[in-house]
Ligand binder design. Sequence first.
Ligand code: NDP
Ligand code: PYC
Length: 346
Amino acid sequence: MTASPEMAVSSANPSLDFDSLVLLLEQIFVRHGTSADVARTLALNCAGAERDGAHSHGVFRIPGYVSTLKSGWVNGQAVPVVEDVASGFVRVDAGNGFAQPALAAARALLVEKARSAGIAVLAIRNSHHFAALWPDVEPFAYDGLVALSVVNSMTCVVPHGADRPLFGTNPIAFAAPRADGEPIVFDLATSAIAHGDVQIAARKGERLPAGMGVDGLGQPTQDPKAILEGGALLPFGGHKGSALSMMVELLAAALTGGNFSFEFDWSNHPGAKTPWTGQLLIVIDPSKAAGQSFAERSQELVRQMHGVGLKRLPGDRRHQQRAKSAEHGIALDAQTLANLKELAGS
Ligand code: NDP
Ligand code: PYC
């Protein structure tokens, strides 16, 4: 990485190439107390989200990472401890650090096990996940593997039929290879809307669509501020999304040894924003399956979906945005860029 952020910026219409944005974000993380390895992993994740237009988990999150590190809530220097516990099971204690470095530390062992046993589980605990989930699964599909991941977050979602929040926004991400084209990837919160998107709507002064959340009195509201200030979110799809959110709590917390979304208390750490929970990944080697290659079968499914009129697959928007960012740079508004540089001390 040789580019300096300044060199890549045009002040009239600021945009950065990917490497320059990664470098700038690494500087911010290191300046606020992470190790160089953790900084690199988080910077790649966050810059990748911004590049792909996944704005709710791109540079918008940087002030939250910084205030969390300053609060002492998370250990930015943590070194994950990887345990090989069974032929198809790997455990990682993230040491109150971030989940992505824990995944990076266990990845080679996880892939080795998935390729030999056909399937392998990675259970990460004592970890903080403040990012989009697709970056955790998509690389497996580029390697010809199928991957599923779940992570729980912080209490802000009312289970269907309940009257107070308990679940987190609890996303599920899935990635599968296909023969011609980008892997099939989806990544969705099990809440009707991600907490990050509620914050973005509140900042922009926009109202939300109906059915996303309730105010502090439990009444339906389309005002994002009412949801953020004492209100709560609803699961997507009523009882169905609620069941999936419950499953995420079980897999990401109960199965890993991590906290449920309601189990941690960050009130003594003002500025803390990163949920201290757990994450589960399941990786399958589809070459063990019967019949035609999995990638050919998934290509056939896509072909049939397009044949019945489907224009957009999950992931298509991100990949289109990724191509645009490669051509024109990653667009940032001038104030955002100035704020990032200030945080980087540059
Ligand atoms: P969206 O509702 O924006 O998108 C969900 C999925 O559906 C994406 O894969 C998206 O693909 C796809 N999609 C959206 N619209 C269409 C369409 N019209 N046709 C076909 N596919 C479509 O995501 P969410 O708001 O639910 O989640 C946003 C992010 O927040 C996720 O990355 C999630 O991981 C993250 N998150 C993280 C949490 C954490 O604890 N770390 C907690 C909660 C959320 P595409 O990307 O191509 O648009
Ligand atoms: O957007 O819901 C969210 C979220 C929670 C934790 C990180 N992102």
